[in-house]
Design a protein around this ligand. Sequence first.
Ligand code: KIV
Length: 277
Amino acid sequence: MEDKKITVRDILEMKKRGEKITMLTAYDFPLANYVDKAGIEIILVGDSVANVVLGLGSTPEVGMSEMIHHSKAVTRAVKRALVIGDMPFESYQINTKESVKNARRFIDEAKCDAVKLEWFDKCLEVTEEIIKSGIAVMGHIGLTPQTADKLGGFKVQGKDAEAANKLIEQAKALEKLGCFGIVLECIPDKIAQIITKELKIPTIGIGAGVYCDGQVLVAHDMLGLFERYKPKFVKQYINLGPQIQKAVEEFKREVKEGKFPDKDHSFTIKEDELKKL
Ligand code: KIV
């Protein structure tokens, strides 16, 4: 696999070719390294870091300082993937005037290639300002966790014609403003199919069925590193949690029994040097 950095243009070309796009989250250097080496095209430094890494209850609880900190760790590791910094709730929904400055921090300080914003009532004006300032933006519609309380909780969105039409309109509006892609979260597969057909920019689904141009999952969910809850759309490709638990228990047992460290994991000094002491 070539080490050439993936650009927004490459992602747009993939849709034109009908090649599926893969995206995963990463929040630190080691995970970003593995995800990048596996050839995943887009790495999202998601605000899901709040739940799966920081042990917080909801995504609006993380702010710019945490997101920049984690984004820097990810971009230090990545050679090839396009890295997207997920703008936290406070950075554009509370403080809309600061949104361009905050988006710029992801690019200049954290060295991300683009930012992602969730849909909210002032989404179009904020997105427009950020794009006008020269920053590539990915949209996010459907179930938007930062404002889930306004959507009736963590529920599938767009389940009737009126709600589905709203989603289609939102997607078209974001494309018109110049977004280079849109995350579709928790919507019926046939609505995702309509949106995907209508747009020239790629749709990246999470709980949005197979017709999207690409798929994203939270890495800790698909690796079995998050136990608190498991949404229906998550496929666990490996269950690392119990393996980590087993290894830690083995370390504890070996230390208690004086089996670790053994000779292979210890350093020696020559006998004659020892005698000089
Ligand atoms: O923060 C996140 O992980 C996300 C994905 C669910 C798309 O926004």
